[in-house]
Every structure is written in C-alpha cells, then in structure tokens.
Design a protein around this ligand. Structure first.
Ligand SMILES: NC(=O)c1ccc[n+]([C@@H]2O[C@H](COP(=O)([O-])OP(=O)(O)OC[C@H]3O[C@@H](n4cnc5c(N)ncnc54)[C@H](O)[C@@H]3O)[C@@H](O)[C@H]2O)c1
Ligand SMILES: [Zn+2]
Ligand SMILES: [Zn+2]
Length: 361
C-alpha cells in the first residue's frame, strides 16, 4: 500500500517551491512512516532549492520536524506506532570506522529509508537530508526517529531536528565551551542564536553576539548574549578583542558560512583558541589566509555538522532542559505557517524577518 499526501517540492534549480501530491510507500524493513506535525524552515532548505547542495532535483524539502510514528516495517524495535518523535538526519550505523572507534557522531554510513517517495508520475524524489518533512507524511529509517517527551509542542520539539541542535552542539560538543570561557558567535539566525543559548547553558563567562541585523541582536540578548556587536557599524574583530581584554575569544562560532565572516572568526579568537564553522558555504566560495597565521596562532579550526550531536543522547536531554525552563526553545519560533507558505517563509528568511518559521500540519 502507499499513501498520497501533500508536500513541498523544489522541482528545479532556483524555481519557487510548489505544493505537490506525492506518493509515500508503506514502511519496509527497518523503516518508519511518520505523520508530520511540525517542520521548521531551515536555511539549508533554501540552499537545496538554489542548487547549492546538489543537482538531484526534484527535492522534497523540510528536515527539521517532529511527528507521530504511524506504522513501522519489519524488524523495527526502536519505535512503535503512536510514539512522538523528532526526526534526525544522523541515524548511526554502528559499524563504520567512526562508530567502531566510539565516535558515532561522525558516522560515515547513516541510515535513511531505502524505498523512494515519488511524484504521482513515478519521478523519484530526493528528500532533503534524507528526511523530506514538508509533507503530511514521510518515510524514514526507523533510527531517524528519536522518541521524546510528548508533552512538548511539536513546533518546539522539531527545532532540535536541525538548526537549533546544530547551533547548541556547535558550542557544547564541537567547540567544547565550558564554564568561564569567552565565546563569540558570528551570525545570529536560528543556528547562531542556538549557539548563544548553548554557550550560556554551558556556563560561558562572556557570550558576544555579532550580526548585521539589530533584530537578531535583540533576540540574541534574550537567549544569553552578554554583549552585542552590529558588524555593519563596528569592526567585529576589534570589538571582540576589546571585550576580551585585547586577546580575542576562546571559542568563535561562525554561523553564516561565508569567507569574510570566517576570516573574522579566525582573527577574533584568542591564540590557541577554537574556531567552529557551522554555517554552510556554497561550492564557489574560496578562503585565503596567510598560512603563517594559521600556524602561528595555534589552536584548532573545526567544522561542525549537526553540532556533532548524537540524537539518542542529545534530543531527550535538551527536551528535559526545556521542560525545566533552562533552555528557551520557544524564543526560536517566530511564526507558525501552513504548508503552502514555505516559499513566503524563504522570502522572510532572506530578509532576516524570522528566527524560525515553522510549518504546522
Ligand atoms: N552545520 C550544520 O549542521 C548546519 C545545520 C543547519 C544550518 N546550517 C547552516 O547555518 C547557516 C545559518 O543558518 P540559519 O538557519 O541560522 O540562517 P539564517 O538566515 O536564519 O541566519 C543567518 C544570519 O546571519 C546573519 N548574517 C548574514 N551576513 C552576515 C555577515 N556578513 N555578518 C554577520 N552576520 C551576517 C543574518 O543577518 C542572519 O541573522 C546556514 O548556512 C545554514 O545552511 C548548518
Ligand atoms: Zn557509523
Ligand atoms: Zn537544517
């Protein structure tokens, strides 16, 4: 059996997304069919639409979602129908060289559904990050479903499925931010704001928010930024150095994904400090740095995929912190929208009007 549902599809490079009827198969071995309840609009969906991630159009967009498991295929033990889950794009395999070394957050063979979802004419869809959740139902690998406390609203829970987890994890997992550290975050959209919340949670002494949009700096303050820098008006490298005794921050998180902001991050960190790149660059971008500075300044230059998270470990923990009032996830939901408003949400994201627009189904 299969299911015909409505979904948001990017049919071709740069073209506006459209609402299509898609065909979702019943779950086969190891798969789960999920009734999507909410799905946030992440900048990565826009990258997909613009052809920045690959050419496998048509893409089924949406990957920051929560919902309820409707049915499961043969051999599935992780979840049962009725479970409230956050979808993840890191269902670890347990067998690759990273998993076997005890570093499953680097898993090189993560699981996705094996069956394809299609348009009604049979054209196979490429689900964004192996999820595709701007849809009434989606098919994923069972390991992509992480069960969490069902009392949390789906539009809040779903945030952890991508951007917010990526930002929090960039700070606490990749950047290893700890008590007393100074942190600067360049770019305070959904991901950067989450890096601020994560740094605050981890006990950072100073959290400096940098953005070109004053609205983003306001929300950054609500999430724990101790200082803000409008980098349209002020040189961010100088400002960060000034705020850190002339030295630079211990950890600088780049959440824009551009060479010029990466350079700012590189020079705004203290000697032997850490740069974490969580923003996603596009294929034509190039970085030029004096190699002597890379050597001479020491420390580490890291990138962070999905905040080096382990969904089974991190999602339930962060949901617990939210329920205890220690992590303000509500602040990330700027608006809830309908499935046919994703294109408008891209427009608003492009203009910087939102932290997150979340589709509620
Ligand atoms: N690494 C991962 O796992 C991961 C996961 C999700 C998203 N991302 C990426 O993170 C990036 C941010 O995503 P988002 O959803 O927060 O996007 P967003 O559009 O909400 O935020 C981007 C922010 O950067 C600011 N900005 C733009 N140019 C700037 C500049 N020159 N200096 C300072 N600030 C600037 C904007 O004002 C905005 O606040 C994107 O590249 C996205 O693809 C990465
Ligand atoms: Zn693995
Ligand atoms: Zn995303």
């Amino acid at each position: 059996m299969s299911h015909q549902v409505r979904a948001v599809v990017a049919l071709g490079k740069g073209a506006p997304v459209s609402l299509e009827t898609i065909v979702v198969p019943d779950p086969g071995p190891g798969e789960a069919l999920v009734k999507v309840e909410a799905c946030g609009v992440c900048h990565t969906d826009l990258h997909y639409r613009e052809g920045g991630i690959g050419d496998d159009f048509p893409f089924l967009l949406g990957h920051e979602a929560a919902g309820v498991v409707e049915s499961v295929g043969e051999g599935v033990t992780e979840v049962v129908p009725g479970d409230f889950v956050i979808l993840n794009w890191r269902a670890v395999c347990g067998q690759c060289r990273a998993c076997l070394r005890g570093r499953p957050w680097y898993c090189f063979a993560t699981h996705n559904a094996t069956q394809k979802m299609t348009l009604t004419d049979g054209t196979e869809l490429s689900p964004a990050l192996g999820i595709g959740a701007f849809a009434e139902k989606t098919l994923v690998a069972a390991g992509q479903c992480t069960k969490v406390d069902p009392t949390v609203a789906p539009q809040v829970a779903g945030l952890l499925g991508c951007g917010v987890m990526a930002g929090i994890g960039a700070a606490i997992n990749t950047g290893n931010v700890g008590r007393g550290d100074t942190v600067a975050v360049i770019g305070c959209g959904g991901v950067g704001a989450a890096a601020i919340a994560g740094s605050h949670l981890a006990g950072a002494a100073k959290v400096i928010a940098v953005d070109i949009d004053p609205r983003k700096l306001d929300t950054a303050e609500k999430l724990g930024a101790t200082h803000t820098v409008n980098s349209r008006q002020t040189d961010p490298v100088e400002a960060i150095r000034e705020l850190t005794g002339g030295f630079g921050a211990d950890v600088v998180i780049e959440a824009v994904g551009r060479p010029e902001t990466y350079k700012q991050a590189f020079y705004a960190r203290d000697l032997a400090g850490t740069v974490v790149l969580v923003g996603v660059p596009t294929p034509e971008m190039k970085l030029e740095l004096p190699l002597l500075d890379v050597f001479g300044r020491g420390g580490s230059l890291k990138s962070s995929w999905y905040g080096d998270c382990l969904p089974s470990r991190d999602f339930p923990m962060l949901i617990d912190l939210y329920l205890q009032g220690r992590l303000n996830l509500d602040a990330f939901v700027t608006e809830t929208i309908a499935l046919d408003e994703v294109e408008k949400a891209f427009e608003r994201m492009h203009h910087g009007d939102v932290l997150r627009s979340v589709v509620v189904l």
